[in-house]
Design a binder for this molecule. Structure first.
Ligand code: SF4
Ligand code: SF4
Length: 354
């Protein structure tokens, strides 16, 4: 089959993070600092990615500001002609560090927030972080860079939705992403405590709709639905190995940020295989490209061009078979697994990310 070049690279520079969000999608087995790729390794990844066709680089983690070589990596990616986005908790962002990053070509900042109030947000972050995020947002606005605010929604903060939208307005965010939790990594471990109720989701709808209408032209609002509650799955990654690749801190190259969860997948590393070989020829990137791999009911379904059968990681995590129909789908024979999760009483304990 014809394979197009990737458009985006998610560069997970480190799994280290000063926060402990219980919904973190990083793997439960985090890559240690000693396993992280060197500066030279990352410079080579960026060059190879650009050669491959990548135009957008998202520098993420963990917390990418913990890498002292971040300015050099930003400068290199931007010098190659890439649009560079920094995905950060905001902790560690100072005026001088931001000025330096901007002078080296940083184009955009995506800041995370955990809730609308200091008390709730700090509880969910497992650290005193909220006030520092407000300060980071003010620095970003003063720099003139576009600012996106990303808030992961779940049972413990859905009630603050209106306040979160007000927070984004106060910060002067250009874009607000309200993303219901996706259950991978630490979020999967905490699923029974984080799953929103149907009533919470129903209450959110008019709040979001009104904010979208009120703020049109000022702030773009993106709402990512809670897929367990939906009849059809999300079009995960817009197709496996179709648009974006992820490089983990240790150099493992992933077709989807959560793909290390699929233990049956043989993942390649950029430490020993060129990125182009991995993108075009590796077994991991070709495993679920196109439609040949699909099983029924996806194989003959009229929606397969819309959602690509859903998420392979979710299929594996919930059924043990990464080629199965995403069990979120109402046409999946395994939908009962999802309904069982939704019927369970909420767990009271949250395991914070280490
Ligand atoms: S979700 Fe929280 S803990 Fe995980 S990387 Fe982001 S800020 Fe850090
Ligand atoms: S059966 Fe497969 S292709 Fe059809 S809607 Fe469900 S997940 Fe999508």
């Amino acid at each position: 089959m014809d394979v197009s070049p990737p458009v985006g690279l998610l560069a997970e520079l480190t799994h280290r993070c000063p926060l402990h969000c219980p919904y973190c999608s990083n793997p439960v087995e985090l890559a240690s600092r000693s396993a992280e790729m060197s500066t030279e390794g990352w410079l080579s990844v960026l060059s190879q990615a650009r050669e491959l066709g990548v135009l957008q680089v998202h520098m993420s983690g963990g917390e990418p500001l913990l890498r002292p070589d971040l300015p050099a990596l930003v400068e290199h990616a931007s010098g190659l002609g890439c649009y560079v986005n920094l995905v950060t908790s905001g902790l560690g962002l100072t005026s001088s560090r931001l000025d330096d990053l901007v002078s080296r070509g940083l184009a955009h900042i995506q800041l995370s927030a955990q809730g609308a109030t200091r008390e709730r947000a700090d509880l969910l972050a497992g650290a005193k972080a909220h006030d520092r995020k407000l300060a980071a947002a003010a620095l970003v606005k003063a720099s003139g860079l576009p600012l996106s605010l990303n808030v992961v929604l779940h049972r413990r903060n859905h009630d603050q939705l209106a306040g979160i939208i007000e927070l984004a307005e106060r910060m002067g965010a250009d874009r607000l992403e309200l993303a219901n939790t996706q259950y991978y990594g630490w979020a999967l471990r905490n699923r029974d405590a984080l799953m929103p109720t149907a009533a919470q989701l129903a209450a959110a709808e008019p709040v979001v709709r009104a904010a979208v209408a009120r703020l049109r032209g000022t702030m773009e609002i993106v709402y990512v639905v809670a897929d367990y509650h939906e009849p059809y799955p999300k079009p995960c990654m817009y197709g496996w190995g179709a648009r974006q690749l992820t490089v983990a801190p240790d150099g493992t190259v992933l077709p989807c940020p959560a793909a290390s969860a699929i233990s049956t997948l043989s993942l390649s590393s950029v430490r020993d295989t060129p990125l182009a070989d991995i993108w075009y020829r590796s077994s991991s990137f070709n495993a679920y490209r196109g439609e040949e791999w699909m099983t029924e009911p996806c194989r003959t379904c009229d929606r397969r061009g819309l959602d690509f059968g859903g998420c392979r990681c979710q299929a594996f995590l919930l059924t043990g078979d990464a080629a199965a129909t995403d069990p979120v789908c109402s046409r999946s024979p395994a939908r009962g697994v999802v309904d069982l999760v939704l019927s369970r009483p909420p767990a009271s304990d949250l395991v914070m990310r280490r």
